[in-house]
Ligand binder design. Sequence first.
Ligand SMILES: [Mg+2]
Ligand SMILES: [Zn+2]
Length: 178
Amino acid sequence: MNKAVFIDRDGVINEDLGKYVANPDEFVFLPGAIEALKKLHDSDYKVIVITNQGGIGKGVYTEKDLAAIHSKMRKMLEKEGVKLDGVYYCPHHPNEACECRKPRLGLINKAIKEHRIDPKRSFFIGDKTSDIKAGKDVGCKTFLVRTGYAGHDRAYDVEPDFVVSDILEAVNIILTTK
Ligand SMILES: [Mg+2]
Ligand SMILES: [Zn+2]
């Protein structure tokens, strides 16, 4: 069984603009994010992005736009020698009651199955309470970062295991904790 770090995208890896990231130009890495992903890539953790992209369901941008955004993300990471093990997204409208929109577990469970992951030895890093709820519900240890929404959405009443300044601090803790 593998272990993994599940990572939310907007507000953790890249700047959350307070609106949807609708094209590659609007995808901007947060300080320390590439370094953090590189450290994880060089470790024995799988690196898996789990992201809600409700803007697709709302018609703000298309799956093709999202593919272009993720292609830019992967290319910029590949330049630094970083490869993501998986990028999973929910394209549905927030009101659609799908199985995959966080805090629901459809995407994470799919990743767990496809990569043979033991959630008990894995972590979830996010900036919203929906990330923390999903991580906890699936049995991971959770990190709330102070970038992006920094947990201020208050949509769910959940306590993260750790509160850290950003993804790099989270990764440093993960890699020094045995
Ligand atoms: Mg986020
Ligand atoms: Zn969905």
